[in-house]
Design a protein around this ligand. Sequence first.
Ligand code: BV8
Length: 224
Amino acid sequence: MNGPRVVVLTGAGISAESGLATFRDSGGLWEGHDPMQVATPEAYADDPDLVLRFYDERRDALAHAVPNAAHLALARLEDALGDDLLLVTQNVDDLHERAGSRRVHHVHGSLRSAWCTACDERHDWDGPLLHRPPCPACGARDLRPDIVWFGEVPHGLPLVEDALEECDLFVSIGTSGLVYPAAAFVHWARGSTLELNLEPSAGATGFAQSRQGPATVLVPQWVE
Ligand code: BV8
């Protein structure tokens, strides 16, 4: 199987210059909570309103954010490479899509999708979930954020693993390299590896090359 020649992984750092908070910068707290403690099935079972507010606020912030030069450069890269590029993102925002990327693989889910735990249907979703709207398919009031929480299995790992094993180049952009299994992608990659990040990530030494700087500078430079 001839997989994509280039696999790109993005993290919260690529959306930072669009004004979206990252997980671990600026103290990394939301209303005094560690996001890592809120983004879990246990937190949702224990205090669903807290978790739903966390995602409603981020979904609302997303409506006011716009893609930046890094997102736009990756959309141009897709125009040039077509199926030779696989864009994988840990992000739950839709800035890659709004920049023009057509094939985006969200391994951690999406803010703009809601998942009905009664009928298992997923729905494009823009509004809040705090008031427990009915599922458009079955009417149950069991919609949860369509997000992969800590302890849940990321989407489409076999597809990513196959692509990494065949690729010529793996590029990691804007991620701290702290969350697995995405942080292990660099070790699964067959080809050369490059990290573009504001500072060396936890996995920086695992990359053949690691460049530091803002994504809006480094990504267009790399793509061009
Ligand atoms: C799972 C959705 C089992 C929520 C997220 C070993 C192996 C496997 C699992 C584990 C393991 N060890 C521990 C685990 C469990 C756990 C884990 O990794 N814990 C960590 C904390 C140790 N992993 C899981 O639970 C995963 N599931 O393992 O299931 C399994 C696995 C495989 C097969 C079968 C079963 C699920 C993880 C997914 C959790 N959900 N997101 C939400 O978004 O609310 S993860 C969350 O962290 C976000 O998605 C985020 O994207 C991700 C990683 O964070 P980053 O994107 O890197 O963001 P961060 O703030 O950390 O860093 C930003 C970086 O950008 C910084 O480096 C900064 O310097 C840089 N930056 C800032 N500004 C800029 C910039 N760079 C460039 N330009 C700028 N301007």
